[in-house]
Structure formats: structure tokens, C-alpha cells
Design a binder for this molecule. Structure first.
Ligand SMILES: *Cc1c(COP(=O)(O)O)cnc(C)c1O
Length: 428
């Protein structure tokens, strides 16, 4: 092994993987097992006391899943990671050690529709709440923070609008108020942006999207930077005071930079059970091997398609930050220097009806509630993912009735454009 840190594509293939100690298998085996035999009673006791790291039961840890966690932690530049059953599970798992009844999270108005839903309604059942503010306005973020706020939450490239968040500005607010910043990096992936380098504490992913990359898995991951001082404020007793849910262990005192990761496994996965399965982890490991190559092509195609759409007379607007006309264009160089992602929205002349007709007329594009697939995908948020929001909230989320969201795949750009051209001819 060399002394210099390895590059992204090398880590994407090698991080977390080593020849299987039992068989020498080069690829990470799918350890399809529920439990692991203890060497003896003393070994078992040490594992349960977290005095020795090892495998107990696959709701907590599994070697295939652990390889994936290690790989994504390496790609994001984090100290540790915990894999979960979905991106939405990852969001709950990220908040779980930080929150308590009565606590809130200050979140961006521009989020995946499902996250707005989860944060507006479902987390209230835990006694948590969210305050939504414009994350382009640092003063508004700071004003929304109160004594019960436990985290700030935003997306690197906001879904569905192609808006890039100024993570440096948001992280400096988080630093001033002494709170962790959680960044959903699903749509950027660590290839385009490493939020920890911009000051994020935790990075969450829906592995369902680009990390796996081909629409085969539902999964999620939380990466911890290992840099936040959980003991400084007294606001995070689950991590920095005796934890009653784990025989009084003070995770931060005992485990330092790995406090969040160990708590998430030993308490979070143990009691919430939002565990990733080894098959899913295997597919995601396979996907990540080509993440750099795929993202390069995704971004290249997205730029071509956005540039073709923007001047088209049937189009009212394209919100791709890779276009010079985007208000967020300057942030590409700052936050996502290798490209503005491959997800953007297009306003179609003719409104809601034209959007529905466009979606129904496309042949190469699939009409699905997914993104980040090798295949090009389209959805009309106002009639699907964002339909449970009122119109004002749809517009705030970048999902107005005349808007479709495109997830540009890695097919030939000319074929993607030809399909849009023929469908627009029918729709408008
Ligand atoms: C899809 C998605 C999620 C939710 O992930 P699931 O794996 O579907 O639970 C969260 N955030 C963003 C940005 C997403 O695109």
C-alpha cells in the first residue's frame, strides 16, 4: 500500500473489501446468515460490552453490510457509517441519537417530497418536529434555531429542483449555533461533492439511487464525520451522557469519533430494526465500483439535454445549475466542481395537462418514482411524489404543476434528446 491517500475510483472498488479470510474469495461474499457463533462465553460478553468488535446478529451487523458501510465512509471522508433499509430509514437513524421529545430540526424548504412529508407529519409521532426555512438565507436559518433545535438538515443538490445548497454558508451557521449539520447527499453522490469537506457532521444517502445505480435496491446510509463534539453543549445526552438504553454507557467518552456510529448500531439498529440486508448491500457494493464512471456520463448527458431543452419554444424554463442562466450556477464550481448532477426540472408550456401528455408520450424514458438509474427517468411531481402537498408547498419545493423532473441516464445523449423531441411534439 502506498503512503499517499488513494483516489476516488480506487476507493470505490477497494475500500471495505478484502479477500475473504475463510476462502480467499476476491469479491465480497454475501454473508446470508442471521447469527454468528461465539468462540466462548467470554467472547460473547466482550462483544455485547463493545469491548471487542465482531458479529452477533444481523439486525446489528453483517460482514457484507459492514463492507458497504466502510466503503461509503471512505468515499465521503467520514469516520464511520451505518447502513439502513432505505434512505428514509437513514434520515430517522441520523436524527435518532440527537433528538428527544420536544426537539426540532431546522430543515430546508427544498427537499425530496417524501422527506418533507416525513418531517412535517410522521416525526411528530416521536414528539419531534421540523421548521422549514429557505437555506439560501443564513440569517433565516439562524433565526429559526431555538434552545430545542438539535440539527440543521438540507440536500446538496435539492430534489427535484436542481438547486445547489451553499454548504459552506450553512455549515458556518451550524458552527455558530453549535449544532450538527446533516446533509442528504443522494443526488450529488461523493463523486460530485463531499459534504464533510464543507463542514457537514452527518451525511445521509438513499443508496437506492446513484450509489446502486440501476434500480435494484432500496437502501440507505448515514456517514458520520467523527468531528462533532457531542459533549460540548449538554444537548446530546444519548451520545454524551450515560445512555440508559445501553447499560449506562457514555458513547462519546468511550468511543470518541466512533460514538455516533456505535450508538446507531448498538441502540438504533438494535431497537428500530431498520437494517440493510446483505443481498442489498452486495448490489450496492457492485454499483459503487462504477460510480465515478457513471456520474461522469450522467453529468455530461444532463448538461447536453439541459442545453438542448432551454432554448426550445415548447419549454418555459429549465432549472439545471449547469446552465449559465441558473441562479445557482456559481455554486457548481464551489460545491459540485465535477458537474451539477443529472437531476433537474423543466417547466413545460401548456401546464399540468401538457406535462401529463409528455410523460405518457415518452418511449425511452420510464415514468417512475425513482431517480439515479442508468436509465433516463421522468416524473410529474405535482401528480405523484408531491401530490400530497398543497400548491404553495409544491411551488416552494420546486414542484409546481407545470414542472416535470428528469433524471438523465447514461444512454446515448442523442437518443435521450430524440425521445424528448418526439414527446414534446405530441404534448405541446
Ligand atoms: C429517494 C430519496 C430519499 C428517500 O430514499 P428511499 O431509499 O426511497 O427511502 C431521500 N432523499 C432523497 C434526496 C431522495 O432522492
Amino acid at each position: 500500500m502506498t503512503e499517499t491517500p488513494m483516489g476516488f475510483d480506487t476507493l470505490a472498488i477497494h475500500a471495505g473489501a478484502r479477500p475473504d479470510p475463510a476462502t480467499g474469495a476476491r469479491q465480497v461474499p454475501i454473508y446470508q446468515t442471521t447469527a454468528y457463533v461465539f468462540r466462548d462465553a467470554d467472547h460473547a460478553a466482550k462483544l455485547f460490552n463493545l469491548q471487542e468488535v465482531g458479529y452477533i446478529y444481523s439486525r446489528l451487523t453483517n460482514p457484507t453490510v459492514a463492507a458497504l458501510g466502510e466503503r461509503v465512509a471512505a468515499l465521503e471522508g467520514g469516520a464511520g457509517a451505518v447502513c439502513c433499509s432505505s434512505g428514509h430509514a437513514a434520515q430517522i437513524m441520523a436524527l435518532f441519537p440527537l433528538m428527544a421529545p420536544g426537539c426540532n430540526v431546522v430543515a430546508s424548504t427544498r427537499l425530496y417530497g417524501g422527506t418533507i412529508q416525513q418531517f412535517s407529519n410522521t416525526i411528530r409521532k416521536f414528539g419531534w418536529s421540523a421548521k422549514f426555512v429557505d437555506f439560501d438565507d443564513p440569517a433565516a436559518i439562524e433565526a429559526a434555531v431555538d434552545d430545542n433545535t438539535r440539527a440543521l438538515f438540507c440536500e446538496t443538490i435539492a430534489n427535484p429542483g436542481g438547486v445547489i445548497t451553499d454548504l459552506d454558508a450553512v455549515a458556518s451557521v451550524a458552527g455558530r449555533v453549535g449544532l450538527p449539520l446533516i446533509v442528504d447527499n443522494t443526488t450529488a453522490t461523493p463523486y460530485l461533492c463531499k459534504p464533510i469537506q464543507h463542514g457537514a457532521t452527518l451525511v445521509v444517502h438513499s443508496a437506492t439511487k446513484y450509489l446502486t445505480g440501476n434500480g435494484t435496491v432500496t437502501g440507505g446510509i448515514v456517514v458520520d464525520s467523527g468531528k462533532f463534539d457531542w459533549s460540548a453543549s449538554g444537548k446530546f445526552p444519548s451520545l454524551a451522557a450515560p445512555e440508559p438504553a445501553y447499560h449506562g454507557l457514555n458513547f462519546h467518552a468511550a468511543l470518541g469519533a466512533m460514538a455516533f456510529t456505535f450508538h446507531s448500531i448498538a441502540v438504533g439498529l438494535r431497537d428500530l430494526g431498520m437494517t440493510m440486508n446483505p443481498q442489498g448491500a452486495h448490489y450496492t457494493l457492485m454499483g459503487i465500483e462504477t460510480l465515478g464512471l457513471r456520474m461522469q456520463r450522467h453529468v455530461e448527458n444532463a448538461q447536453k439535454v439541459a442545453e438542448w431543452l432551454e432554448p426550445d419554444p415548447r419549454i418555459a424554463g429549465v432549472t439545471y445549475a449547469g446552465l449559465a442562466s441558473s441562479p445557482w450556477h456559481a455554486r457548481v464550481a464551489q460545491i459540485t466542481p465535477k458537474g451539477a448532477g443529472a437531476l433537474f426540472t423543466v417547466a413545460v408550456k401548456g401546464g399540468y395537462e401538457a406535462c401529463v401528455k409528455l410523460v405518457d408520450s415518452l418511449k425511452l424514458f420510464s415514468h417512475v418514482a425513482n431517480l439515479g438509474d442508468t436509465r433516463s427517468l421522468i416524473i410529474h411531481p405535482a401528480s405523484t411524489t408531491h401530490r400530497q402537498l398543497d400548491e404553495a408547498a409544491q411551488i416552494r419545493a420546486g414542484a409546481a404543476p407545470d414542472v416535470v423532473r428528469l433524471s438523465i441516464g447514461i444512454e446515448d445523449a442523442a437518443d435521450i434528446i430524440a425521445d424528448l423531441d418526439q414527446a414534446l411534439a405530441k404534448a405541446v
